[in-house]
Structures are given as C-alpha cells and as structure tokens.
Design a binder for this molecule. Structure first.
Ligand code: ATP
Ligand code: MG
Length: 360
C-alpha cells in the first residue's frame, strides 16, 4: 500500500569469529537486492559490540547502547563467542542481553533442504523436510534462575529452575499457531515432556489445548521431546510447524539443521511479535573460530537470515526472490566446503549478487 514504509534502518552487529565475514556478505547481498529491485531502501549502522570489547572494557554493551539500538527497524547479528571467554558469559553478555529487554520472546527457525544440497535424510530415504520450529525465547529452562551452595564441597547443591508463566506460554503458543495457520499444511506439533515434568509442562499442554480452540483450521498433535527426535528422523514429512520450550527447541533445532545438511545454511529470528521493539536476525551457527579468517565460511545461513528479516519488515517479494537466487546458485553447485563444494565465501556471495541482478 502507498502508506507503507519501504525505507529501513538496519543495525549490523557482526560480533565474533566468522560473524564479520558472513555479515559483510549479507550486507552486500541486501544492498544488491535493494538496488536491483528498487522496491525498498536500506541504511546500515555498525555496532562493534563483541567479545573483543568485553575483554577491553569488561562489558559487551556500552552505557546507553540499548537505547541506540532501539532506534533501528531490525538487528542483523553475526555470532558471539570467543575461545577465551566462557560461553555463558558471552551468551548472557550480548545475545540474551538484547533478546530479554527487547522482549524477543519468539525464536523462529525455518528448516528445509535447499536445492543442490545433500541431506542425511535424502540418503536415508525416510522423506523430505520443510519445517518451522518456534522456540520459546524468554523464560523456561533458560530463565537464569537458580544458584549454588556449598561450592566445591562433596555436598554441593546447584539448582537450575525452569520458569513457565501462563502469560509467557500463552503468547508464544498463540504466535506459533499463527505461524502454522499461514503455511500450506496448517499443522502444528506441540512438544513437551509432560510425563516426567509435571508442573510447567502440564500447564504448557493445557494452554496449547485452549489456544487450539481459536484456530479450528489448524490441526494439532502432541509429542514428548524424546519421541520427537525419532519422528524427525523417521517421518520428517509428518511434521510442519513445531513449537517447544527454550531448551527443547534449542536441541531439536540443531538436529533439524544437521538433517537439512549443514549448520552453515540455517537462519533464526528473535522476534518481538508485538513489534514494539526491533527484532533480531542471525544465522544459527556460532563464531566457528576454526575457520575464522580463511574465507571459507558459508554465507548462505546469513542470506537466508537476511531474507527472513526482509519478510518480517514486510518485503515478502524481495525475501522470496533472494531465496530463489540462493537456491539457483546452490543448484549450480557453487557450494562451500561444509556442503561438499570448494567455493569460498566471496565466490558464493558474488554468484548470488550476480543472480539477483540477472533476475530483475
Ligand atoms: P559458538 O561457540 O559461538 O557456538 P562454535 O565454535 O561452537 O561457535 P559453531 O558455529 O557452533 O561453532 O559450529 C560448529 C562447527 O561447524 C564450526 O566449528 C565450523 O567448523 C562449522 N561451521 C559453523 N558455521 C559454519 C559456516 N557458516 N560455514 C562453514 N562451516 C561452519
Ligand atoms: Mg557452539
């Protein structure tokens, strides 16, 4: 529509390891898409928050930083984590320190097998996969509640308390049903462990049953998380939208990424569905220091991330076009090493940019 905005300000936060390499590739592809399509404009602002700033200044986020970040329409994030910073420090210091105040309570992970790529499922011939995993991203097992007493003693006790609020569970499951409703299969699988965990998980089941009443066109089934891992491998076609807790979906989505072929291709969106705060988009892979600086990181996960970001901003056509171009390039066999090819980051990026220009 005429009054819709087509001019977006993107906060770029490459952070650690291969983050800067893949984010540079993503920005190049987005600029090409913007110019070639003429459908929207983008401006980028760099945020250099990383484990390097943490090591120098003792904090990831400078004073007033979140208010600066809030001014942008979306955040394009690379990866956080460094060999000499404990993982729980970097995760809580940067990623969760943005997700939590910005109420990005829904983490969305689409997974499918891209053209030209190999999947262990194809080899196993159990079926194809095309899923969206919706992960609770604000509470649950990663609420950060708990503590330790008698540290180092043989009788030391540590607690790690999961927090499930009806408010938090309801808003997330409702959002997941909305995701399921606009997909062709209109099917959702609610994952819990309500046989063994009899408080939070039972409430989760009850809330799912209540929310389901508002979505009569969506079919729902329920799975225990352990059985779910088997079903993902053995009957991948039977699944579509999957909703699970913070911990369960964390594990299931790594399995999903491996089943789709490589951790290097998958995106994840940290969404505030109320749109009061900017949402944050990132490839699911981490900082991968083993390949940092070698020019071999797969940028496809960041391209798919960029596509998801444009979709969230309302540019569906550009988002679709970008993924078509990525699949065309993959289909031509221009693949990085993790996908069995020999192309570098730059070769794949140049090929995708060329395909975008050719396609308009
Ligand atoms: P973090 O601690 O931040 O999670 P990590 O070093 O554990 O990072 P991951 O990103 O989780 O690394 O990935 C595990 C391995 O998968 C890496 O060591 C790397 O070899 C490979 N990998 C990850 N991302 C990519 C990518 N984009 N392209 C190619 N290989 C990748
Ligand atoms: Mg890791």
């Amino acid at each position: 529509s005429a009054d819709k905005k087509h001019d977006y300000s993107i906060a770029c936060m490459p952070a650690d390891g291969i983050g800067p390499e893949v984010i540079a590739a993503g920005v190049e592809v987005l600029k090409t898409l913007s110019e070639a399509s003429g459908e929207f404009k983008l401006s980028f602002q760099d945020f250099d928050w990383s484990s390097e700033t943490y090591k120098k200044l003792g904090k990831y986020i400078p004073d007033g930083g979140l208010e600066e970040l809030r001014k942008h329409d979306a955040i394009l994030f690379g990866a956080v984590g460094a060999p000499d910073v404990p993982d729980h420090i970097s995760l809580w210091g940067l990623r969760l320190a943005i997700c939590q105040p910005f109420q990005q309570y829904a983490n969305v992970r689409p997974t499918k097998i891209l053209k030209g790529t190999e999947s262990p499922l194809r080899k196993a011939k159990t079926g194809d996969l095309d899923w969206v995993i919706v992960r609770e991203n604000s509470e649950g097992e990663y609420a950060g509640q708990g503590g330790r007493s008698h540290v180092g003693q043989p009788w030391e006790i540590a607690t790690e308390v999961s927090i499930f609020t009806r408010h938090g569970v309801e808003r997330l499951i409702r959002f997941a049903f909305e995701v399921a409703q606009i997909r062709p299969k209109k099917h959702i699988t609610v994952v819990t462990k309500s046989n063994a965990q009899r408080n939070g998980m039972v409430m989760w089941d009850e809330v799912a049953a209540e929310v389901a009443k508002d979505f009569p066109d969506v079919t729902m089934d329920k799975m225990l998380v352990d059985a779910m891992t088997c079903r993902m491998v053995l009957q991948p076609n039977s699944l579509d939208t999957i909703v699970a807790t913070n911990l369960h979906a964390d594990i299931l989505s790594d399995l999903a990424a491996a089943l789709a072929g490589s951790i290097g291709i998958a995106p994840t969106s940290n969404l505030d569905p109320t749109r009061k705060n900017p949402s944050m988009f990132e490839p699911i892979h981490g900082s991968a220091f083993d390949i940092t600086g070698k020019g071999v990181a797969n940028p496809v996960g960041t391209f798919w991330t960029a596509s998801e970001m444009m979709r969230w901003l309302g540019e569906e056509q550009a988002a679709d076009r970008l993924m078509e171009c990525v699949e065309t390039v993959c289909g031509q066999g221009i693949l990085t090493r993790d996908l069995g090819g020999s192309a570098g980051t730059k070769e794949v990026t140049d090929a995708v940019c060329a395909e975008i220009k050719r396609s308009y």
